[in-house]
Each structure stands twice: as structure tokens, then as C-alpha cells.
Design a protein around this ligand. Structure first.
Ligand code: NAD
Length: 487
């Protein structure tokens, strides 16, 4: 049954509570969060029009274009878009009008780490969030509920509220924190069956009413006992805390993988034994070449910055160590490759299998592959890359961004660009290679005909499994030089 969503906001100038149907939601930001979350809301709430806007018109065109070339790759997403696009889900460049005609505005814009100014390298850059708030204030002609979907530092809602109230003429805005917990690669599954949905609002009558309205949306498919109502600050901090604790588990197991390599213990056996303790649990205990993705590093840095800001230096140092171990793991992996190739990789072809930061996504932000490739390039190697989903253009942009940020000269950039070749199949990427590094855990890598691939490589053929996905017994038949993490 289509539930009537009650618009029961007790806002300043209104004398009475009133009921009204929510007809339209606008989401600013058509990225990895905005696209999939709004597709699921549109699917589960056919009575609501959902408009996703972005100031990147190329992205909007792609969302409106071929289902095979959507800007976000997620299992299951294409089928939902097919059902709801043009029905009650729309992608548009018309930011102003879409905001104007919607009662609820979700902000799902990027919140990267600041690159310059105070807090550079740590604090969240709120430029895009602030731009959204200013835009909403500028174009709105009616009261609205603003939902923070982006991951934000604690007390951002306060700043958004200030911008809105100082830049609009007498309109009322309720700010709700509703952080997104989806994981790329399983986003649709996560959105369908969220462990919890967190909705934080002001503890005022109008704040509580606004929270209830957002609850009403989620209630269309999420059981009520999984919807958690909190105050705004708890909601904002819970998102940072969740990501920090997930990343901490990965760094914990990765730190132990180094110890396993020295002692003869096997990290997969250790993970299994540790994870069977019900107080610990088995998730996020898989050793790897290090975590990537747009969130973990940035959110921990944000937590470190917040802790420092509030004078909690020991807390800041504690969380910063999670990032240090992640860097240690990536550089340990690159060093191992160089050592195995007798300390010199100049002019040697090294293959990187997998560029995405994890399987089942085309997102490569902060992927371990980027830094590992750069280390090899700096040593003069020739890199060949294959990833089933990440486009050549993205791989080139990832490298260019790193080079520019590291202050490489124009000549260095030109020279390093020539050392990278990107292929659309694994055989071409592996042919003639000295070493194959598996960086992403794509299922297809596990299922390759490794006998054939190894035949195509230089001898001795080195395989470095940065994800522990390859069967050691099988591959040992074809090469003696097989290495995995923590074994
Ligand atoms: N990617 C994830 O797995 C994930 C999961 C949970 C939470 N988050 C958080 O959600 C937020 C969004 O992440 P994402 O991965 O979707 O980012 P993204 O970069 O994929 O998408 C953000 C989009 O916002 C658009 N944008 C920025 N400013 C705009 C403006 N003023 N007007 C219109 N469009 C604008 C950008 O063009 C971009 O397309 C971040 O805060 C992130 O930390 C991300």
C-alpha cells in the first residue's frame, strides 16, 4: 500500500500542524551514493517523484543514456534504473527548479579531504556542501527539509542551518543527518537490507516531525526496528566512527599479516580462528594489499582532525595509526615485488590486475593500485593494467592526479605516462610480463587459466596475490614464485 507521507512540520510561522503529501524529493549529487540511493527510494516509493541533479552534465547525460554505460557500476543497479527511470526517477541538470519544486532535499555531494588552507590533508573540504546550502537558500520559495547524506564532520548541520537561515528570506529549514552506510560493490543489496538506517534531527517539535517524515520514507521497505532516531551530532559521528572501526579491523589484520610472514603463521588461518570468536566476528578480517576507496582514509583523517581540534591528541594519534599501517602494507607489497625482481625493475614489464579499489565497482578512488603503480613507475618499470570495469580514461586520470599532487614535473609526467599501457583483456596485459600483481579481488582473476597465463610470462614468472584469492596448490604447479599476503 502506498503510505501517505505526512508533512507535519511545526515550523515557526505556521499556526497549526498540517498534513501534506511529500510529492517530490531532490537529491543533489548523482555519484556513487546519490545515484543508487535515489534509485532505490524511487523503486520503493512509487508515489514520490525523485529528481537527482548534478552540475556535472556529462554525468547526468550518462545517467540518462545507455543502461550499459551508467556512470556507476553496481550489481543490480541497471535493472532498477530500467524500471524507474522516466517513471518516478529523473536525472537533471536543472538544479534550481528541481530544488524549488521539492519538499525534501538530500545532499549527496562529495566531501573530500581538504587540499589547502587550515586543516589541509586532514579536515573535510565542505566547499561542495556549502555551495549546496547556498544554492538551496537562493532558489527556495517554500520551507524544506534538508537531509545530509554526505559524510560530514560533527556539527556540520549547525553550519548548514546558519547559511540557510542567513541567506533566505524567512523560510524554514529542518536539517536532518541521514548518513549512508552502503558499501560499493554491494550497494543495492545494502540499500535493500540495511543493517540500520540512522536519522538524526533536532530535539525540537519541528525537528522530531522532520525526522518522522524521513522515517516514513524508509518505512516503505526497512523494518521499523532497524530505523534509529538520534540527535544530529550522534548521527554525524556514528558514520565517521563506523568507517574508522571497519578500516581499523583491516589494518589490524594487515599488521598481523606482516608478523605471519616472519613467523610462518598463516594469516587466513589466524583470521578464521580470530573471527570465530563471536565477540569479534568474521567480517573485515581478510588480509590484503591495503584498503582503498573514497571513504575510509578521508573519514579517519576527518576523525583525527576533529580529535585534534578538541585537544584529544592521544585519540588523534590512535586513529592516525590505522592509516599508517595501511600505507605500510602498500609499500611492503611494492618492496616485495622489487626485491623479487633482484632489486631492479627498470624497463621490466609488470602487470597490475585490478584497478578498482574492490571488486564489483568501477570506482578506483584511493585504490592501492594507484600508489603501487607509481612506485613501480618511479623505479623505471613499464606497467600494464587490466581491470574489467574501470575505464582507461579513469586510470590515466588517477595517475595524473597523483603525479600533480606529488609535485612531479611536466617532463616526469610525460615520461611516466609513456610507461603505462592499459589493456581490455588480461592476456594482453600479462603477455611478456616479469611479474603479475593482483590488486583487486575480481572473481574472474581466480578463475583464469593460470597455466596458460604463466606460459606467456618471462621466466621465472612471479605472481603476487595482493588479495589472497588464488589457490596456492594449483598455481604452484606452474611457477615456484607465488606470493600471497601473510603466508
Ligand atoms: N561512495 C561511497 O561508498 C560512500 C558511502 C557512504 C557515504 N559516502 C559519502 O557520500 C558523499 C558522496 O559520495 P560519492 O561517492 O557519491 O561522491 P561522488 O563524487 O561519486 O558524487 C558526488 C557528486 O556530487 C556532485 N556535486 C558536487 N557539488 C555539487 C553541487 N554544488 N551541485 C550539484 N552537484 C554537485 C559532483 O559533481 C558529483 O557527481 C561523500 O560525503 C561520501 O563520503 C560515500
Amino acid at each position: 500500500m502506498v503510505s501517505e507521507i505526512r508533512y507535519n512540520l511545526h515550523l515557526g510561522y505556521l499556526k497549526n500542524n498540517f498534513f501534506m503529501k511529500i510529492k517530490s524529493i531532490c537529491c543533489i549529487g548523482a555519484g556513487y551514493v546519490g545515484g543508487p540511493t535515489m534509485a532505490v527510494i524511487a523503486l520503493k516509493c512509487p508515489h514520490i517523484n525523485v529528481i537527482v541533479v548534478d552540475n556535472n552534465s556529462e554525468k547526468i547525460n550518462a545517467w540518462n543514456g545507455s543502461l550499459e554505460k551508467l556512470p556507476v557500476y553496481e550489481p543490480g543497479l541497471k535493472n532498477i534504473i530500467k524500471k524507474v527511470r522516466g517513471r518516478n526517477l529523473f536525472f537533471s541538470n536543472d538544479v534550481d527548479n528541481s530544488i524549488k519544486k521539492s519538499e525534501i532535499i538530500f545532499m549527496a555531494v562529495n566531501t573530500p579531504t581538504k587540499k589547502q588552507g587550515s586543516g589541509a590533508g586532514m579536515a573535510a573540504d565542505l566547499t561542495y556542501v556549502e555551495a549546496c546550502a547556498r544554492k538551496i537558500a537562493e532558489v527556495s520559495t517554500s520551507d524544506k527539509i534538508i537531509v545530509e547524506k554526505s559524510t560530514l564532520p560533527v556539527r556540520t548541520a549547525e553550519k548548514i542551518k546558519e547559511i540557510l537561515s542567513e541567506n533566505s528570506s524567512g523560510l524554514k529549514f529542518e536539517i536532518i543527518s541521514n548518513p549512508e552506510f552502503l558499501a560499493e560493490g554491494t550497494a543495492i543489496e545494502d540499500l535493500f537490507k540495511s543493517d540500520r538506517v540512522l536519522i538524526g534531527g533536532d530535539q525540537t517539535d519541528s525537528g522530531k516531525a522532520a525526522v518522522d517524515l524521513i522515517v516514513d520514507i524508509y518505512k516503505n521497505w526497512i523494518p521499523e526496528n532497524k530505523i534509529l532516531k538520534t540527535n544530529v551530532w550522534s548521527s554525524e559521528l556514528s558514520k565517521l566512527a563506523s568507517n574508522a572501526m571497519l578500516a581499523q579491523r583491516i589494518s589490524s589484520i594487515n599488521s598481523l599479516s606482516a608478523l605471519c610472514e616472519k613467523t610462518g603463521a598463516d594469516i587466513d588461518e589466524v583470521s578464521l580462528a580470530v573471527g570465530m570468536d563471536s565477540r569479534i566476528g568474521k567480517e573485515f578480517l581478510k588480509a590484503s594489499v591495503g584498503f582503498g576507496g573514497s571513504c575510509f582514509k578521508k573519514d579517519i583523517l576527518n576523525l583525527v582532525y576533529l580529535s585534534k581540534y578538541y585537544g584529544l591528541d592521544d585519540v588523534a594519534r590512535y586513529w592516525n595509526q590505522v592509516i599508517k599501517i595501511n600505507n605500510f602494507q602498500k609499500s611492503r607489497f611494492s618492496k616485495k615485488v622489487i626485491d623479487e625482481l633482484n632489486g631492479t625493475i627498470r624497463n621490466k614489464k609488470i602487470t597490475i590486475l585490478g584497478w578498482a579499489f574492490k571488486k564489483n565497482t568501477n570506482d578506483s578512488r584511493e585504490s592501492a593500485a594507484i600508489e603501487i603503480a607509481d612506485t613501480f613507475l618511479n623505479e623505471g618499470a613499464n606497467i600494464s593494467v587490466y581491470d574489467p570495469m574501470v575505464r582507461e580514461k579513469t586510470i590515466k586520470e588517477d595517475m595524473k592526479e597523483l603525479w600533480i599532487n606529488s609535485g612531479d614535473s611536466h617532463d616526469q609526467i610525460v615520461s611516466k605516462s609513456k610507461q603505462i599501457n592499459i589493456y581490455n583483456n588480461a592476456e594482453l596485459a600479462v603477455n611478456g610480463s616479469y611479474c603479475v600483481c593482483i590488486i583487486t579481488e575480481w572473481d574472474e582473476f581466480r578463475d583464469y587459466d593460470w597455466e596458460n597465463l604463466i606460459k606467456m610470462m618471462k621466466k621465472p614468472s612471479i605472481i603476487m596475490d595482493g588479495r589472497n584469492i588464488i589457490n596456492k596448490t594449483l598455481i604452484s604447479k606452474y611457477t615456484k614464485k607465488f606470493y600471497s599476503i601473510g603466508k
